[in-house]
Ligand binder design. Structure first.
Ligand code: UD1
Length: 416
């Protein structure tokens, strides 16, 4: 198994280009299964998760070609509406094929996502939403089977603005008969892009970006091309590292997608300047502790909580980091404490007392964003840090060690 080795406490400088967003491209790829021609998706990050999704689409019958960030999907041969356990268990976002395949075939068989590195992550909102659209849902041998002759528009009120459930319902409702209204919908930029993409494919969706999305069903969709939006979580990960280690510029980003993070970074004393598609950060002379509470967009993303905690380990004073989206997403904390951090957890809040410095140690990643926080921990620690189980980071970060090396970090990968 590969590991990442970091000789820490080296300053960062220069600029880094941010890749296309993992959480935008995965639902877009699922949506492409609804078109019967060829779609070209550009700025597709080279990630384990995008490769898993390509494998899944190929099992379903799509003809995919991925080269240098460009993915073509030919949906004309799609004939197998099924997502097998072997793939769903490695990537929960495989569940995104549920809505599009049900809409296209009237039947779909998708393995129920299993346990997750952080707590139970149910799919009840997806299923209740599809039932409202008229689907009959059964569970057989660990697989969700959804059936429907033609879905019917309906009003759906989510208990919580789930990103995945919003995406699935929007895709399923795109070709339903009549109008679907989703209330308490997710407002994430990735959902806006999915809706815009579906509109390019011929659907009639409005209200994306607000809490109410309206979908006027159309008869069928056509294939369309799209360029994936920048990854705001990768961007935030680099900014957090820059806040600790030196002035850097992140390029090819949408600074507005980072508003909640930039406000908090300023609160810690960092200097931030933005252009239309770049953000430059200079560290504070002394980092002021700042509390965060994660929330749905436009709140502070749960996907940056772990990185923020790594940042706060070296702040002056103490900070509280509360995760309201995933209450037990704290597997990085014992590992950061192995590097000498002083963090305690009570329920869904981490209490971080700033220390003078961290010291390198072997640590283990447990999920994508926890891994990112350990890499930040290793970059700021004195001495050598070895991050094990890096397949987690490869799920969501493209060439992370090359990108940090380009900024001056001493970081490399070793194969076992
Ligand atoms: C997406 C992101 C993930 C991010 C998360 C929250 C992708 C591929 N993944 O995950 O990186 O951390 O949004 O921003 O885009 N819930 C239910 N029932 C459901 C669905 C969700 O109770 O049917 C709960 C979850 O347990 C969680 C909350 O709703 O507490 C938010 O989950 P959701 O927005 O659905 O996350 P994902 O779409 O899985």
């Amino acid at each position: 198994m590969d590991k990442i080795i970091i000789e820490g406490d080296n300053p960062l400088s220069g600029s880094v280009a941010i890749s296309g967003a993992k959480n935008a491209v995965l639902p877009i790829m699922a949506a492409a299964l609804m078109g019967k021609e060829r779609a070209t998706i550009t700025r597709v990050p080279d990630l384990r998760d995008t490769k898993t999704m390509i494998r899944l689409m190929e099992i379903i019958g799509a003809v995919c070609n991925y080269d240098n960030g460009i993915l073509t999907v030919d949906g004309s041969m799609v004939d197998n509406p099924e997502a097998p356990y072997e793939l769903v268990k490695t990537m929960r976002a495989s569940f995104y094929v549920l809505g599009p395949l049900l809409a296209r075939f009237g039947i779909v068989r998708v393995s129920l996502p299993g346990g997750c590195a952080w707590g139970p992550r149910p799919v009840d909102f997806h299923l209740k939403g599809l039932e409202k659209l008229g689907a009959k849902i059964t569970l057989e041998n660990g697989y969700i089977i959804a059936r429907s002759d033609r879905l019917q528009g309906a009003e759906i009120q989510f208990e919580f603005p789930s990103v995945g459930a919003t995406g699935n319902i929007v895709m399923a409702a795109a070709t339903a008969v009549g109008t679907t209204i989703i209330r308490n919908a997710a407002r994430e930029p990735e959902i806006i892009q999915l809706c815009d993409y579906l509109n390019q494919m011929g659907s009639n969706i409005s209200g994306q970006g607000s809490t109410t999305i309206t979908i006027d069903g159309v008869d069928s969709l056509v294939s369309a091309d799209v360029a994936v939006i920048p990854d705001r979580i990768e961007a935030g990960t680099f900014l957090t590292a820059g806040a600790l280690l030196g002035e850097i510029t992140i390029k090819d980003v949408n600074p507005h997608h980072l508003d909640s993070l930039l406000i908090k970074l300023k609160e810690t004393g960092c200097t931030i300047s933005t252009t239309e598609d770049t953000v430059t950060i200079s560290p504070a002379d002394s980092i002021q502790a700042a509390d965060i509470t994660t929330a749905v967009y436009p709140g502070f993303p749960t996907d940056l909580q772990a990185q923020w905690i790594a940042f706060m380990t070296l702040a002056q004073g103490s900070s509280m980091v509360t995760d309201t989206v995933y209450h037990d997403r704290f597997s990085h904390i014992p590992e950061l404490n192995r590097l000498g951090a002083n963090i305690k957890v009570d329920q869904n809040t981490a209490f971080v007392r700033g220390v003078k410095n961290l010291v390198g140690a072997p640590v283990m990643s447990t999920d994508i964003r926890a891994s990112a926080s350990l890499i930040i921990g290793g970059l700021i620690a004195k001495g050598t840090t070895e991050v094990n189980r890096v397949y987690h980071i490869d799920r969501g970060y493209e060439q992370i060690e090359e990108k940090f090396s380009g900024l001056g970090a001493k970081i490399w990968r070793e194969s076992a």
